[in-house]
Structure formats: structure tokens, C-alpha cells
Design a protein around this ligand. Structure first.
Ligand SMILES: [Zn+2]
Length: 497
């Protein structure tokens, strides 16, 4: 259980609640009180003067602001618990800058009566989502005090209470500080409009056969739904090409084996989103007017389902070398894209005969190190959920990227955004918590907090496109990266979904 500090330096035994949480107050137009008001006992004030305001939990300074008709000088801490802790009516602006780290028990500022206030007191309020007052929490429940006017009484329930001064954040798994590099996504002109214009969208579709012959269908009407994930279930992608010629139809039906899709927008946000093996193609008429060639494809389908290995490997090879060997020597070979640095480095104690599916051996190697095997555009990746990002972290905001509001999920977030090739499996995105719609959670349960740094690793992407219609977006699911890695991920080699 979390340990929250008491926010006044006068301590629990020398303080009073002057206005409880969630009551209507006549002197404030009968509005609901969103926090609790606290003061030091007058005898304590006489002896020691006014108390200091102390951080109830460590975190990051989120806001230092003045509002004449509201909280006056106020300071908001984004706690390591993921909540926003508001300190209102400070005497002077809090001596903190946004982004600074504050420890539990450190002084936030001086108690005061600025803003809409009738006397010196602290207004302390907690919200799950700073922008949404409906997400307020009962601060008394977290502090473990009784929500009643009068001397502060501890409940012994819920959170453990102590008097401020400690700088420990025990009870929390604090995010590992890591120096991420960020890439700010620039807004793309007109990208969010929808009508029958194309708004600088761009895509290219090429189908190839095994002899290297290729056909480019970019100029035809094309729709696609492409799924990429590091789940090892085969994920089928569907690409429809409208009204292709008889020759093209024959090529797709009889000869084509692979399909390649590039998509995005004119400029920097364009690139390959899919390269896969064609599993099935068939043509049909739609509404009697359009002839549609539907292509079902999957990433690395042939390597996964027909890549066979029958070789002998010398003793002394590392896991990494074994993975490289198997991938290269399979009857349908592939390339390695990336192998986690977290792969165990123990070498083969003796020579080994490989005879079976390359995929099965690669999965064994992955399993030995609690890693995951996944294929991306025909290449092998062995990754661990805890791997640090290789690319810069892509910052997404409602002005640049998102369509609608991201939602919190059990293990992270899911979101819909512009169709950008940069949105891809294993890429990390940074999403400020204030944009995320949080799941309804039980008070006191901490396992599904939003990532404190707002960093998530993409585990699944679905690209939906129509080069003559309105659909042009990517939907992704991403996992909390640096904060509260769920126990199931930390302890098992299983897939995160
Ligand atoms: Zn108040």
C-alpha cells in the first residue's frame, strides 16, 4: 500500500479539517467541494507560526499557476501514483518549475489565502485526470483520515499515514529514469479533414512474383486493412484492388507471391507499412459495377509455416548466433532485423542437430530469455517487453497525430491516429496523461496506472486505408513502458496480450 504523507508540517495531531471533501457549501454558491481544507491548530500556529505545505507523494511538478477567482496561487504535482495532487491558495507562487522532481515530504510552498478563499488554509485536491473534475478522488481516503470537520482523525484504513519529512517513495515502483530522445510530430495540413479529397495522402502497392516480375497498382482504387503485431498468431491483412485489367488479374491470381504497401502523407511521413506473402487472391463483382481483386496476405507467412531447418550447429555458439544461423539456413530463409540485448548469452554446451521448423527453434531461443519472436516485413525480431526504445520516442498530441481520445487499457493505452509509417510495432510513443481517457479503477488499486512518463511501446497496429475514400488511419495498442510494468510481464515470457 502506498504511503502518503500528511500535507501540513503541523502534522496529523496538530491539524484540523475545516471543510470536508464532497460537501455543498453555501458560501460558495452551493458548489461541491472538490478537495479538503486543512489548517494547523491555532495553538500550534501561535507557537510555531504557519505550517509548511508538504508533498504527500513524490512526483513531477505539473503546474504552477495563479487564478484570482479560483485556487489563487496553486501548484499541481503529478504523483508517482499517477494522480494529480493540487495545492491551493498558497501565499506566494510555489518556488518550483514545471517538470522538476519533488520528493514526498518536500516543501511545496507556503500556506496562504490567495484566490477564492476566506482565510488561511490549504485546499488539497486529487484528480485522476487533471483536465476532468469528474475524476476527483476522496483525498481523505488516500491519506487515511476521517472526512469530517474538526481535529484530524486517522482511520487506520486504506493508505498508511505518517507526518511529512521523509523523502522516500516506498510502496511505489518509481519509473526508471532514462534519457529518451523525442521526435515531435508536426501537424499535417488538412490531415484531419474528411471528404472526397486526398489531402496529400500517398500510397504505393506493388505485387511481385518469384521471378522478380512486378506490377504497380498505385493508380487504381485501393483499400487495405493491414495488421502488424508481435503476437505470433498469424495476422491476416486484406488488400482490395478495384477494376484491374485482365492481364493484371491473371498475374495476381496465378503468379504473384508477395505484396508490398507504402503509405502515409507527402513528405516525411511516408514509408513502408507492409511487406508480406500472398496467401490467397480472388476476384468478385461488387454492386455489379466494380470488379474487386481481394488479396489476403500475412507477414512472413512462408518463413513461419514452411521454413525448415536441417543443420548441425557447433558447440560454443551463443543464443544470438544460433538465432542468426537458423534464420539464414532455413529452407525459406529470412533476415534478422533486431535481437534484444537482453537475450541470455550462455553458449551451447555441445553441438546440436536442428531438424524441424525454424520458427519453433527461434521460439525456443526466445523463450529461454523470456523474449518474444515476431516477424516484421519479412525479418526476424527477438525482443523483450523491457527493451529500451531503439528509435526516438514519438510525441503524439491531439494537434499532431491523434484522432479522438486515447483510451487507457489494462496494460497501457489504445489510440487512433493518422496513418503514419512511424506508428509501428515496437516504436515508443509519448502521450501526456492529460489526453488519455482513464479506465474506471478501484480506489487503492495501483496496477493499472497510466505510465508516469507517458511512454508506451506499440505492440499492435492496424492500418486502414482507402486511397479514394475517407479512411486513412492507424489504430494501435501500446504498453506502459517505464512505470508500472505488470507483474505478468516482468515474470513471464508470455505475450503481453
Ligand atoms: Zn477547499
Amino acid at each position: 500500500m502506498a504511503n502518503y504523507g500528511f500535507p501540513l508540517s503541523s502534522g496529523v495531531e496538530n491539524s484540523r479539517v475545516t471543510s470536508p471533501y464532497n460537501v455543498r457549501r453555501a458560501q460558495f454558491n452551493n458548489r461541491i467541494h472538490g478537495g479538503i481544507d486543512l489548517v494547523a491548530n491555532s495553538s500550534w500556529v501561535t507557537q510555531f507560526s504557519q505550517p509548511d505545505l508538504l508533498a504527500t507523494i513524490g512526483g513531477t511538478i505539473y503546474l504552477v499557476k495563479y487564478e484570482a477567482n479560483g485556487f489563487g496561487n496553486y501548484c499541481v504535482i503529478r504523483g508517482v501514483d499517477g494522480y494529480y495532487h493540487i495545492y491551493g491558495h498558497l501565499k506566494t507562487p510555489a518556488p518550483w518549475s514545471v517538470g522538476q522532481t519533488i520528493q514526498r515530504g518536500q516543501k511545496v510552498g507556503d500556506i496562504g489565502t490567495t484566490g477564492h478563499s476566506t482565510g488561511i488554509h490549504l485546499h488539497y485536491e486529487i484528480r485522476q485526470n487533471f483536465a476532468d473534475k469528474a475524476t476527483r478522488l476522496d483525498p481523505c481516503q488516500l491519506l487515511g483520515i476521517v472526512n469530517e470537520t474538526g481535529p484530524v482523525q486517522t482511520t487506520g484504513q486504506g493508505a498508511f499515514i505518517f507526518n511529512g519529512g521523509s523523502s522516500q517513495n516506498d510502496g511505489y515502483q518509481v519509473a526508471v529514469p532514462y534519457d529518451y530522445t523525442y521526435e515531435e510530430l508536426r501537424p499535417i495540413a488538412d490531415s484531419l479533414q474528411s471528404a472526397d479529397r486526398l489531402f496529400g495522402r500517398r500510397c504505393r502497392i506493388i505485387v511481385r512474383d518469384d521471378d522478380g516480375a512486378a506490377m504497380d497498382f498505385t493508380n487504381l482504387h485501393i483499400t487495405f486493412q493491414i495488421v502488424k503485431t508481435y503476437l505470433m498468431d498469424i495476422q491476416y491483412s486484406v488488400i482490395k484492388i478495384y477494376n484491374l485489367s485482365r492481364d493484371s488479374e491473371a498475374f495476381v491470381l496465378r503468379k504473384a507471391t508477395t505484396i508490398h504497401v507504402e503509405a502515409g502523407y507527402e513528405g516525411a511521413y511516408y514509408g513502408e507499412i507492409f511487406q508480406g506473402d500472398i496467401i490467397q487472391s480472388f476476384g468478385y463483382w461488387e454492386n455489379g459495377t466494380d470488379f474487386i481483386m481481394e488479396i489476403i496476405a500475412a507477414d512472413s507467412e512462408r518463413f513461419l509455416n514452411a521454413g525448415f531447418i536441417a543443420n548441425h550447429m557447433e558447440r560454443g555458439m551463443t543464443q544470438r548466433q544460433a538465432a542468426e544461423y537458423i534464420t539464414a539456413k532455413a529452407s525459406i530463409p529470412a533476415k534478422i532485423n533486431s535481437i534484444s540485448d537482453g537475450l541470455k548469452e550462455n553458449a551451447l554446451p555441445r553441438g546440436k542437430v536442428f531438424f524441424g521448423m525454424a520458427k519453433d527453434y527461434l521460439q525456443q531461443i526466445a523463450g529461454n530469455s523470456e523474449a518474444t519472436l515476431y516477424m516484421n516485413n519479412g525479418e526476424v525480431n527477438l525482443i523483450k517487453a523491457t527493451d529500451l526504445p531503439k528509435d526516438s520516442v514519438l510525441k503524439l498530441t491531439p494537434n499532431s497525430g491523434f484522432i479522438g481520445q486515447p483510451q487507457q487499457t489494462e496494460l497501457g493505452i489504445k489510440a487512433k491516429c493518422l496513418l503514419l509509417p512511424q506508428i509501428k510495432v515496437e516504436r515508443c510513443v509519448q502521450v501526456d496523461n492529460q489526453w488519455v481517457q482513464e479506465r474506471q479503477i478501484t480506489l487503492g488499486s495501483l496496477q493499472t496506472k497510466l505510465d508516469p512518463q507517458g511512454i508506451y511501446k506499440i505492440a499492435k497496429v492496424t492500418y486502414t486505408g482507402d486511397n479514394r475514400g475517407s479512411d486513412w488511419y492507424a489504430e494501435f495498442e501500446a504498453m506502459s513502458q517505464s512505470g508500472y510494468l505488470p507483474a505478468l510481464l516482468a515474470n513471464s515470457g508470455g505475450n503481453p496480450f
